[in-house]
Design a protein around this ligand. Structure first.
Ligand SMILES: NC(=O)c1ccc[n+]([C@@H]2O[C@H](COP(=O)([O-])OP(=O)(O)OC[C@H]3O[C@@H](n4cnc5c(N)ncnc54)[C@H](OP(=O)(O)O)[C@@H]3O)[C@@H](O)[C@H]2O)c1
Length: 284
């Protein structure tokens, strides 16, 4: 805090100029944060993002932590623990330093080697969002919900960081991470798997590749649009929610050459009927 009680923005280091690291680096820079350093294993990727964000390029990821107040480990989940151990070994001074990872599937345990370093504070800063490769990914940051589980002091700083990026901070402490992350995967990943199924099945039905891809993708976008102001049970359309069992039976018969797709369809139809039934019971 400064003398007027305003929280000072921490200087930031990002290890891992991949999808999440690049998107957050760009969003933080736009929000007025100074990106002091980018670290990573591939010198070209590190230099490119460092140049863009006006940061120092650190070729040794472990020593990046000495350059900034807050280091973000934007590396694959399985790399967090070994990197944290390396960083703890290489640390010069823990005073005023903090480190967070971005994984929704893990708690603070992989950061234990850093948490043991004097006053160094650790935390989880999970963007409940999906980031693609490339500069367009930053567009997804505004509006994102950020799950935070961190030491006192750092918690408030991370919440402010989320707000500064026009996101919404929420408390992740005490939340079952495996279940929470499974929920996130249901929301962000499996709709893509289902879209790929839809495109393939449309192709089998005889649609041209481009029409199948564009048509089905536009259909999904329309469905997501309906979710802006409606709950899933209110937004869903189609035979399972209407109770058109004859149509469902025809779909299942058409899919019989692909038993896995047929099982998947049946499972989803059953869950959709359940959703519709619950909604009707609530309305009664
Ligand atoms: N992408 C998302 O949508 C998303 C959303 C929420 C949370 N997250 C979390 O964000 C973290 C990063 O995920 P991501 O999707 O951004 O992964 P990613 O695109 O694969 O990027 C990972 C980055 O880490 C670097 N890296 C890999 N191994 C390393 C090592 N041993 N030492 C140093 N750097 C290493 C990679 O280097 P190279 O440049 O050489 O590839 C790359 O820059 C994960 O914890 C993930 O759970 C991701």
């Amino acid at each position: 805090m400064d003398r007027d009680g305003i929280m000072q923005k921490p200087t930031i280091a990002i290890i891992g100029p991949g999808r999440a690291g690049s998107a957050l680096g760009r969003a933080l820079r736009s929000a007025g944060y100074s990106i002091a350093a980018i670290g990573g294993r591939n010198p070209d990727n590190v230099r490119k993002l460092a140049d863009e964000l006006g940061a120092r390029a650190c070729q040794s990821p472990a020593t990046t932590i000495d350059v900034a107040d807050l280091t973000i480990l934007a590396v694959p989940d399985d790399v967090i623990a070994p990197l944290s151990a390396e960083m703890a070994d290489a640390l010069c001074s823990s005073a005023g330093k903090a480190a967070v990872h971005l994984s929704g599937a893990q708690d603070r345990t992989p950061l234990t080697p850093l948490a043991r370093q004097g006053s160094l504070r650790t935390g989880v800063f999970h963007p409940l969002q999906t980031f693609r490769r490339g500069p367009q990914a930053v567009r997804n940051v505004a509006g994102t919900y950020f799950g935070i589980d961190a030491d006192a002091g750092l918690r408030e700083q991370l919440a402010e960081m989320a707000t500064d990026m026009h996101g919404h901070p929420f408390d992740l402490s005490g939340i079952d991470r495996a279940l929470y992350h499974a929920a996130a995967v249901f929301a962000a990943n499996y709709p893509m798997t289902l879209l790929a199924e839809a495109i393939a099945v449309a192709g089998e039905a005889g649609l041209g590749e481009e029409v199948a891809r564009q048509g089905m993708t536009t259909l999904l976008a329309g469905a997501v649009n309906n979710l802006r102001d409606l709950a899933p049970a209110d937004a869903i359309t189609g035979p399972a929610s209407r109770g058109d069992d004859g149509t469902i039976q025809r779909h299942l018969a058409a899919l019989k050459h692909d038993p896995a797709a047929q099982r998947l369809y049946q499972l989803l139809a059953d869950r959709t009927k359940l959703l519709a039934r619950k909604k009707n019971e609530e309305a009664a």
